[in-house]
Design a protein around this ligand. Sequence first.
Ligand SMILES: *[C@@H]1O[C@H](CO)[C@@H](O)[C@H](O)[C@H]1NC(C)=O
Ligand SMILES: *[C@@H]1O[C@H](CO)[C@@H](O)[C@H](O)[C@H]1NC(C)=O
Length: 267
Amino acid sequence: MDWVPLASLLLLLLLVPGVPSVPSQAGSRGYPQLHRKSQFTKPVCTQPVYNWCSSWENSRICETDKECSALWRTLDVPPVSVKLFYEALCPGCRSFLSMMLFPTWVLLGDNVMNVTLVPFGNAKETEVNGTWEFTCQHGELECELNMVQTCVLYLLGREFPNAFAVVNCMMSAADQENSLEPCLKIYVPDISVDDIMKCVTGPQGKKLMHENAMMTNHLSPPHTYTPWILVEESHLENPVELLDTVCHLYQGEVPDICKRNTFPIIR
Ligand SMILES: *[C@@H]1O[C@H](CO)[C@@H](O)[C@H](O)[C@H]1NC(C)=O
Ligand SMILES: *[C@@H]1O[C@H](CO)[C@@H](O)[C@H](O)[C@H]1NC(C)=O
């Protein structure tokens, strides 16, 4: 990859005193706009990673043609189902989702792995005067965050990759309580916090959370802790085995990533 030395060279040039810097209006957001320098004219990949195989054009610009062709050859094979039953503030759920599930899904792709997220976990529901009330292991904030993520998943239903990116962004954030707005801005700028909050505070949110409760409470065998992971409806005891398990169960031609012995670090 030749962009690494080019980028460091450019950075060096900017740091050396006396070298003219980028015109100030180009950096209107306070960042030097490195990629606007005209002598480097490679097209810039402006798609999130999970979209690099969504079209031939994207895969070409993002330099993943080879990997994507391999994915497209196996489109007629059903993906392996992976379901995660979790709650927003449990540390094990946050680390599994952000450090295991999301990167594995990015590496394997939608065609190999079908992810279903069910935020509820160890929460409890009770019926009060005909509406559902929820109590959560980590308090009211967790109930609200579970609801926010449920509404994100519902409202972006047909764009699961975007919904998953927002949920991952929230779950990996230091301050999850204030993460919704910046996460939406990065991944789905056309959806506002208000759109999500309408669902969260209204009857729709309660209805969706009740569905999550039903799904969680009807697990067989029942879940005994969170995160509770099902691969093809079977409980996965050891989260570290996710990649190997999905690779093993996938009926199509496995991606190269499956042929490695350990969880790969990007080359
Ligand atoms: C992925 O899983 C969901 C939920 O189980 C299911 O409705 C959907 O059909 C699956 N998608 C594919 C492509 O298999
Ligand atoms: C249920 O509704 C009735 C009548 O509206 C009210 O008096 C009662 O306090 C409510 N119960 C609870 C637990 O909110």
